[in-house]
Unconditional design. Structure first.
Length: 342
């Protein structure tokens, strides 16, 4: 796959404003609704699996994976699954949606003219995918969701925090945290070097993160270059840091581990935390919209094991693996929680 990058587009807006660009939305709005549904009053000691049920497994895989497995006669290794995922996902982030929509429409009309049914079906599928991406990411901003994440991340008792991001991909949430709690350092860990080079490496420099201004107590806008970040291309299972992080974060990671491996995945959120530190975890929500999303976008999103879960299910995994849940709830597409080791 050829690697494309974000286009340069005017992205200057003032605090309180938002603007839809060709690839994504930028959003510096400071007033409600913050699209965080707070479920923090859940008494986790009284919640059991019989009450909350089990996560939904997404089982329609990309033909890229099934063809690979057919020709190799073995299951695609998990790391390779992530390499495909990151390249296809990045390709969507950098898509100039209005231009792509035009291109796909022309392809559709041309296929109709030739009465070529397989080309018509392909163009139609591409058209639906562009429409969905336009809605989910470019106009609704449900993937980056800065307003929801700001609401989820607010109120942490940290100063110049040291942040560890497990499976960091583009590093987005670490940057949002660093804007809200400035002056710290983040270590992003991902075993796909494409994330270091492209997803994080070419994250739009002009993307504005709304955060806190320690000098005035008000808002301040930060950009990628303002943050002190180290990217480590490493397998999580090989990292060996001191337990001195204020925040350990994962976004869309633990739902990729089947139940027998979840305790191990969750343990990584505890091992590197300093006493009093916070684990922040988000996972995609189990909701009809998300089930449809992964069904329709499966060809470019589904390369490996994936669950969709409710906030209660995610909280229960963390609670039964030794965390107290300080805040829990959901934002547009993800559940989110702030937790501390018990
Ligand atoms: C689903 S992505 C997280 C979603 C993310 N917000 C995004 O935009 O893609 C999970 C990331 O974790 C990384 N990852 C998965 N298992 C890993 C492991 N064992 N070690 C290091 N990185 C891992 C993948 O390469 C991928 O970039």
């Amino acid at each position: 796959m050829a690697v494309a990058s974000f286009g340069a587009e005017e992205s200057l807006i003032g605090i309180g404003e938002h603007k839809i660009l060709n690839t994504h939305l930028i959003d510096l709005r400071t007033t409600p609704p913050d699209v965080f549904k707070d479920l923090s009053d859940t008494d986790w000691s009284k919640v059991g699996w019989n009450d909350v049920g089990r996560p939904y497994k997404v089982e329609n895989y990309s033909s890229v994976r099934t063809d690979w497995e057919h020709s190799h006669g073995e299951e695609m290794p998990v790391r390779d699954q992530w390499q495909y995922f990151n390249r296809y996902f990045h390709d969507m982030f950098v898509t100039d949606v209005p231009a792509k929509r035009k291109e796909v429409q022309q392809k559709f009309w041309s296929a109709l003219g030739k009465v070529d049914t397989s080309e018509i079906a392909e163009a139609f599928q591409e058209f639906i995918q562009v429409q969905i991406w336009n809605r989910i990411h470019r106009t609704k901003d449900a993937v980056w969701d800065p307003r929801g994440k700001r609401a989820l991340f607010e109120g942490l008792d940290v100063k110049n925090p040291k942040i560890l991001f497990l499976g960091a991909a583009d590093g987005y949430e670490a940057m949002q945290l660093m804007a809200m709690y400035p002056g710290g350092h983040a270590v992003l860990v991902d075993y796909d070097d494409f994330c270091e080079e492209e997803r994080f490496g070419n994250f739009p420099e002009a993307y504005p993160f709304l955060g806190h201004n320690p000098a005035t107590g008000g808002h301040k806008v930060y950009y990628r270059e303002d943050f002190d970040i180290t990217f480590e291309v490493k397998d999580l299972r090989d990292i060996d840091y001191a337990p001195d992080f204020d925040i350990v974060l994962s976004v869309g990671l633990i739902e990729h581990f089947p139940d027998e491996h979840k305790p191990h995945a969750i343990e990584y959120h505890r091992r590197f935390l300093k006493p009093g530190g916070y684990a922040i975890v988000t996972t995609p929500r189990k909701q009809l919209q998300s089930q449809l999303y992964y069904r329709i976008m499966g060809e470019v999103m589904n390369f490996g094991y994936r669950e969709l879960m409710t906030c209660e299910q995610m909280g229960l995994y963390m609670y039964e693996n030794g965390f107290d849940i300080l805040r829990s709830g959901y934002i547009k597409a993800h559940n989110g929680l702030i937790a501390q080791p018990r």
